[in-house]
Structure formats: structure tokens, C-alpha cells
Ligand binder design. Structure first.
Ligand SMILES: Nc1ncnc2c1ncn2[C@@H]1O[C@H](COP(=O)(O)OP(=O)(O)OP(=O)(O)O)[C@@H](O)[C@H]1O
Length: 273
């Protein structure tokens, strides 16, 4: 199994990274270092700034202030170099239901600049790795939610990125499908050596997968450490839910969610079937 190339330094390093939308500061002076090799969890209530932070790190959105280096390259000065070294699975669906699995992968491979003799072996490997070889010719609209997420992971691994960004990878999936996605994420991390940064609202998922966790609250960094370290700060026998509640201002999502978030979650869940 070929390992992802790991450029020198840190996987991600941000200094004072900030993004404003009008008068709203969605991401507020974040200083963050993510080392190569682990699975890093980004938590926070709805609207805390997680997706905005991921969009800046994946070069989809420009910062208002501050700097960030991803895989050793500045996200503003060298966005193409960053993109070459990362994979991104957004929260909303990125696979095309009207195409087969293999057609979706061929499109992604071409977008990543893969062609000629390299193309078919990469696609076959990704399909096999994600347990989709038998479903390769089927239209994606006939896939289950778990199969769609695994196809999106297959699309994101084609160019062997050093760092994989996942925005709520198991949103809308049933528990069995979640387990299959967790299994593949662990495999990408351990066997392919990919560093993973993922957002999640599921504390079981975070406990199960993440080596280090950062909690955002109203755009600011409220806490960062391993799940065990953060639990120890909160108290004896604290769970990740206790940690989350403690560092996100003692409130659960109902204050910060609202129509936009609920609607979006329902749309994603429905589209994933
Ligand atoms: N393009 C935009 N224009 C204006 N405001 C935005 C835009 N994108 C995000 N926001 C606002 O920025 C804040 C942070 O949003 P963001 O989507 O980053 O939060 P999040 O932590 O990812 O939330 P969720 O858990 O619901 O995905 C929210 O108040 C949101 O409404």
C-alpha cells in the first residue's frame, strides 16, 4: 500500500486566522497546529465556524486576516500547491447520482490531472479499497448513503493526498453505515498515512476516531487536546459530551442551531437516503 507523501513541517499551521462576513466574525483569530499522521476532530455548536475554517484551509474561501499553511504551502500565496496535496469531502453531496461509481471516479481523476496508464489502476484501487468494486457500474442514485460516502472518500483519495478534510462525514448515515465509514477512515489514516481533519457533531465518533480535538465556540478556539486530556480538565469520569458542553459555553445546540442548520441537516440526510 503506497503511503501519501508528507511534505516537511506541520500538516496545518494557522496564525490569527480570521474570516468575517459583514459584521459577523465567523472565525476569530485561530492559532492551530495539526501534526502529520493523526485524525484531528473539529467540534463546536452549529454556527461555531467549523465549515468556514475548513473552507479557508481548503482554499475555497479567502481569510479576512491572519495566515495559514497547509502541507507546507500558504493558502493565499500558493493555493494550487495546497489543492494538489489535499482531498476534501464536503458536507453536502459531491457525487453525481446520474453517473455510475466508475464514471464519478473517472471525472474526479481527470480533475486531479490523472490520465493515461495511471488512471485505471488508481480507480480500481480506490473502488476496491472502499468496498465498491461490485457496484462500480451501478448508478450512484441507487447507492445507499454509506456507499455514497465511501464513493466520495474514493474520489478524495485518488491523487493520494497528504491531508484529507471531511466536513461531517457521517451526517445522515445509519449506525451500520457509520461503522463502515469509520473503518475506511481509520484505514486511510493508518495504511495510506493520510492526516485527517474532520468536523463532527457526534461525540461517539470523536471518541472512536480522533487523536486530537479542537472545540470552537463563536469562532474562537475554546479548547484543544486529546480526548483524554480534555476529559481530565472537565472532571473525573467526564464524557466527550460533558467536554463539549463545558467548552461550548454550557449550552447544547438549540440556542445556536436554528432553521438554516436543521434544514441543511435534513436535506443532507434525505439526499443520502
Ligand atoms: N457565506 C456566508 N455569508 C454570511 N454568513 C455566513 C456565510 N457562511 C457562514 N456564515 C455564518 O458564519 C457562522 C459560522 O458558520 P459555519 O457554517 O462556519 O459554522 P459551523 O460551525 O460549520 O456550523 P454547522 O455545525 O452548522 O455546520 C454562522 O453564523 C453562519 O451563519
Amino acid at each position: 500500500m503506497q503511503q501519501a507523501t508528507k511534505p516537511g513541517g506541520h500538516a496545518i499551521e494557522t496564525t490569527g486566522l480570521t474570516r468575517r462576513f459583514g459584521t459577523l466574525t465567523a472565525v476569530d483569530h485561530i492559532d492551530l497546529t495539526v501534526e502529520y499522521g493523526g485524525i484531528f476532530g473539529l467540534l463546536g455548536p452549529n454556527g461555531a465556524g467549523k465549515s468556514t475554517l475548513i473552507k479557508m484551509l481548503t482554499t475555497l474561501l479567502k481569510p479576512s486576516e491572519g495566515t495559514a499553511r497547509v502541507a507546507g504551502f500558504d493558502i493565499v500565496a500558493a493555493p494550487a500547491e495546497v489543492r494538489r496535496r489535499i482531498g476534501y469531502v464536503p458536507q453536502l453531496l459531491s457525487a453525481d447520482g446520474a453517473l455510475s461509481g466508475i464514471e464519478n471516479l473517472t471525472l474526479s481523476a481527470r480533475l486531479y490531472g490523472l490520465s493515461g496508464a495511471a488512471l485505471k489502476p488508481r480507480i480500481d484501487e480506490a473502488l476496491r479499497y472502499m468496498g465498491l468494486a461490485d457496484a462500480a457500474e451501478q448508478l450512484v442514485k441507487r447507492y445507499s448513503g454509506g456507499m455514497i460516502r465511501r464513493l466520495e472518500l474514493a474520489q478524495a483519495m485518488l491523487h493520494r493526498p497528504a491531508i484529507l478534510f471531511l466536513d461531517e462525514p457521517t451526517i445522515g448515515l445509519d449506525p451500520v453505515a457509520c461503522l463502515s465509514v469509520w473503518d475506511r477512515l481509520r484505514a486511510l489514516n493508518r495504511e495510506h498515512g493520510m492526516t485527517i481533519l474532520m468536523t463532527s457533531h457526534f461525540m461517539d465518533e470523536v471518541d472512536e476516531l480522533c487523536d486530537v480535538v479542537a472545540i470552537l465556540h463563536q469562532g474562537r478556539m475554546a479548547a484543544c487536546g486529546s480526548p483524554a486530556q480534555l476529559k481530565a480538565v472537565v472532571g473525573e469520569a467526564a464524557s466527550m459530551t460533558d467536554v463539549f458542553t463545558h467548552f461550548s459555553g454550557g449550552r447544547l445546540d438549540e440556542d445556536e442551531g436554528g432553521f438554516r442548520d436543521i434544514r441543511r441537516t435534513r436535506i443532507t440526510a434525505k439526499r443520502l437516503g
